[in-house]
Write a protein that binds this ligand. Structure first.
Ligand SMILES: Nc1ncnc2c1ncn2[C@@H]1O[C@H](COP(=O)(O)OP(=O)(O)O)[C@@H](O)[C@H]1O
Ligand SMILES: [Mg+2]
Length: 276
């Protein structure tokens, strides 16, 4: 990478992390049990209803899997939660007090919703530990944080996250030298540095080995409880290995909800998947 590219990359990250504050989720009210409420949400693209009267509730601390055929609206749903796409109708609340439709993307991230995209976007030319440091909540500037001395608490937090994501022994390796699976975990770690309450994870095991998939399952399960985790995934064996509660999306609405066994034996679900 050229020096200019590198500086531009830093500047872009800087903009991304500028607004992230640790006290962000102080307004979050989950006393009614749910961390996310999507009600009667619809959105059309050129007359095509990608999301059609969607209702979805996520409980605090739960690990929910969202499945559904291609084009079901899974990614669009995540775009709505994170403010990337605005619905035409409906309401979206984070806890019972934060109206997501009144916030822009940075404000939603700041409020405590973290999103992991399919492709890992770690800083390949930096050490694993530096990637986590750069992602830390409350660091105003990447340039400053690169040269600042970390507090003991911050160092401890980095080690804690390294432990969680299983990269303790890779702390001083270049991120670019990690395996595909390890990069995915590092990026989850970078999200964790921002202390999100709700994590949205889009197709985490695409391209992973079986062993990496098993470790990813353990990682996501270990995050539930402390966080609420919504996972969109195609791999049914993987979904079965992590989820108690599965939601099937089809044509922008909820087709079925329940345990993996319940949804897989649901005739409507079987029909939709056979039609793929
Ligand atoms: N920005 C967009 N413009 C036009 N059509 C879109 C846009 N985003 C999604 N769609 C359409 O909405 C439908 C749902 O897409 P998506 O949410 O990506 O489905 P999934 O993630 O479940 O595969 C698809 O038919 C897709 O082509
Ligand atoms: Mg998608």
């Amino acid at each position: 990478m050229s020096a200019m590219n590198f500086i531009e990359q830093i500047r872009q990250r800087d903009r991304v992390f500028d607004f992230i504050q640790p006290q962000a989720s102080s307004r979050l009210d989950v006393s009614h049990g749910n961390i996310l409420y999507l009600e009667d949400i619809s959105v059309s693209f050129d007359g095509f209803k990608a999301i059609n009267n969607l209702n979805l509730y996520i409980k605090e601390g739960e690990l929910r899997c969202i499945i559904g055929p291609n084009g079901a609206g899974k990614t669009t749903m995540m775009d709505i939660i994170t403010g990337k796409t605005r619905p035409d109708t409906g309401s979206a609340w984070f806890g019972s007090r934060i109206n997501l439709l009144e916030l822009d993307e940075p404000e939603i991230a700041e409020a405590g919703i973290g999103r992991k995209f399919q492709k890992p976007t770690v800083f390949e030319n930096h050490l694993v530990v530096d990637n986590l440091e750069l992602a830390m909540a409350g660091n105003k500037s990447v340039i400053t944080s690169l040269f600042a001395r970390l507090s003991a608490a911050q160092k401890e937090r980095i080690d804690e996250v390294l432990e969680t994501i299983g990269l303790k022994d890779n702390k001083y390796r270049l991120a670019g030298s990690l395996s595909h699976g390890q990069k995915q975990w590092l990026e989850i770690g970078m999200l964790l540095m921002q202390n999100p309450k709700l994590l949205l994870v889009d197709e985490p095991v695409a391209g992973m080995t079986h062993q990496e998939m098993d470790r990813t399952a353990e990682l996501l399960k270990s995050l539930a409880g402390q966080h609420s985790v919504v996972v969109v995934e195609h791999d049914m064996d993987f979904v079965r290995s992590i989820a108690n509660h599965v939601t099937v999306l089809h044509q922008g609405s909820v087709l079925a909800e329940g345990t993996m066994d319940q949804v897989q034996s649901n005739p409507k679900v079987v029909e939709v998947y056979l039609g793929e």
